[in-house]
Write a protein that binds this ligand. Structure first.
Ligand code: 9G3
Length: 571
């Protein structure tokens, strides 16, 4: 491709609203342009990268035995009513009416559509297993789209759905997709980790993994063991239960409770100041309404309640912090003086709080706290559980010696075991060998394709610009004659360009009449793996090869150039 013809509008500066590096670089390198918040156009170079990404995904999906389909974006609301999800999602679900005033949604995902298709076409065990996938635009009206393609409102996703006769079959389908995801993200040059995640409302019975691209801009936090393979989204990450430290009944003597006057001392850090104690000696008491039922949760003062774990423990669809009025009614005290002693509602205690003795806790009396509180003696937990966020340095829940470290990640893929979550409510059944009707066992598997593109740029760039992994670069070779006015340089460059193209390489020829500095800055910015500079030495048949990812520069004759490029891409 001749760069003088290519719509590749590079920018010296990134627009100020672009905060993430990948967002800045994708705008500056002329890959995308914003149409509206969270909605982007892919320019030619950006489209080339997207297409290469899709190619990798298709190869691995087909290699894993999946069949590609293509489903509509417009989905009848009735399908979402059958699955019970139409009312469940708020403004994030894009809704519209057709000319006959019939209700539709623009698909944020396709469980309902694919289950509707399969229930109509699959009815015998002989037709199972089957895994169908598509690459389709998704619509999710995010409240705060940001970071360019990382959190968009219209984006490309590969979504796959597996259909099996039983759970054993699902486990095989799941493993096959899990392995295919490993290959896909490796070929994309991503540093990634599969982590255990919370199946939440979407997932079925069997668990889920998220594939996280490690990047500080990532919105997810991963807890990973420094000794074994354990890694989990912080939503779900456990910690090693401090068995020995949990008060069991009462062996040794302990000091009497002492009520202390703590006027207006409500928060943990205020208590730390006022009583000169460390936060890990304080019992933090939070009151929640779980589907409307009040419950008190106790964690150590230096820990945070993990509401996803709590909601899962209580099997609550709706979990919210009790408001001031409820708190005052339940504790008989103003907010900030709640404590576990004397409460008439169930008390859930986190393991790490259960080991304290002579702790500080609210006295359920305005302006008063207790000293020398001992869980297990002064109050008994209705339930002793892991209801807090894991923290750096916690013991690994999976092995005896590891400790947890924290990383930020971008969720680029997720695999779910759905079970019969959709097949039951939508009657997607099959007749087994004995002729009895059974619900199909499903799994679903997503890759955020546009998000992968951003994650790759987040992980592969330097001060000068993007450094594309070989399989994703918009072009493989960038032939850059230094002066468009120098006929000899242009001849040598043109010859190299044609030679490389006929050898099957994707080549961009910078035939613009621009100053060398502009050409080199643009070349570094768009990040094509191999640059061949044709300068003054072209007269002697010598050119310069610069490898964008390794930074290496070498002189070579024009005859050697093709061989060097071939070796580099084949190695
Ligand atoms: C919605 C809206 C947003 C959503 C969903 C539904 C996320 C929704 C979860 C999934 C699960 C899997 C198949 C591919 C892999 C992920 N955001 N999810 O279901 F109505 Cl507005 O999409 N789907």
């Amino acid at each position: 491709m001749r760069q003088s013809q290519l719509l590749l509008p590079t920018l010296r500066e990134a627009p100020s609203e672009a905060e993430a590096v990948s967002h800045q670089l994708m705008l500056r390198a002329g890959l995308i342009r914003q149409l509206a918040a969270g909605i982007y156009t892919y320019l030619p170079a950006g489209r080339l990268v997207l297409r290469k990404l899709e190619k990798i995904i298709r190869e691995e999906m087909d290699n894993a035995g999946c069949q590609e389909v293509f489903m509509p974006a417009m989905q009848p609301a009735d399908l979402w009513r059958q699955s019970g999800r139409y009312e469940k999602y708020g403004p994030e679900l894009v809704r519209l009416k057709d000319r006959h005033d019939r209700e539709f949604a623009l698909g944020p995902t396709h469980e309902e559509v694919i289950t509707d298709l399969v229930r109509g076409e699959v009815n015998s065990y002989r037709q199972l297993p089957v895994t169908l996938y598509q690459i389709q635009t998704k619509f999710r009206d995010e409240k705060r789209p940001r970071y360019g393609l990382l959190r968009g409102r219209e984006f490309m996703m590969k979504d796959a759905y597996s259909f099996d006769a039983d759970w054993e079959g699902l486990n095989e389908s799941y493993q096959r997709m899990y392995d295919a995801y490993h290959r896909i993200f490796s070929r994309c040059g991503l540093h990634f980790r599969p982590v255990e995640a919370d199946a939440g409302t979407i997932g079925g019975e069997g668990g889920t993994h998220e594939f996280m691209a490690l990047a500080d801009i990532g919105e997810d936090t991963i807890a990973a063991c420094d000794h074994c393979r354990y890694a989990a989204n912080l939503e779900k990450a456990g910690y090693r239960i401090p068995e020995g430290e949990i008060n069991t009944g009462d062996s040794e003597a302990y000091p009497e409770l002492e009520k202390i006057h703590t006027p207006n001392v409500r928060k943990i850090d205020e208590l730390v100041q006022a009583l000169d104690v460390s936060a890990d000696r304080i019992l933090k008491t939070l009151l929640f309404l779980a589907d409307g039922k009040p419950v008190a949760v106790i964690v150590r003062g230096d820990h945070e309640v993990n509401e996803i774990k709590l909601a899962g423990l209580l099997q609550a669809d709706k979990l919210e912090l009790a408001d001031q009025e409820t708190t005052e009614r339940l504790t008989g005290a103003a907010v900030g003086f709640a404590g576990p002693i004397g409460l008439s509602i169930p008390v859930i205690v986190d393991y790490s709080a259960a080991g304290l003795d002579s702790a500080i806790a609210g006295a359920n009396e305005t302006d008063y706290h207790w000293k020398h509180v001992r869980p297990g003696a002064h109050f008994v937990a209705a339930r002793l559980r892991d209801v807090r966020n894991a923290v750096l340095g916690d013991g690994c829940p999976n092995c005896a010696e590891g400790k947890l470290r924290m990383f930020r990640g971008i969720e680029v893929g997720q695999v779910f075991k759905l079970g019969t979550k959709y097949s039951e409510v939508m009657q997607a059944n099959y007749l087994d060998a004995t002729g009895s009707e059974k619900p199909i066992i499903m799994g679903c598997y997503g890759i955020g394709i546009s998000r992968v593109m951003s994650a790759v740029v987040e992980q592969h760039h330097d001060e000068q610009g993007i450094r594309w992994p070989l399989e994703l670069a918009p072009y493989q070779v960038h032939v850059v004659p230094v002066s468009a006015k120098d006929g000899q340089q242009m001849d040598v460059a043109g010859k190299l360009y044609r030679e490389l193209m006929s050898a099957g390489f994707e080549v961009l020829l910078d035939d613009r009449d621009e100053r060398p500095g502009v050409k080199f800055k643009d070349s570094d910015l768009i990040g094509i793996p191999v640059r061949i500079v044709v300068g003054r030495q072209a007269a002697d048949g010598v050119v310069e090869l610069k490898y964008r990812n390794e930074g290496e520069v070498l002189q070579a004759t024009t005859e050697e150039a093709l061989g060097l490029v071939t070796g580099y891409f084949r190695s």
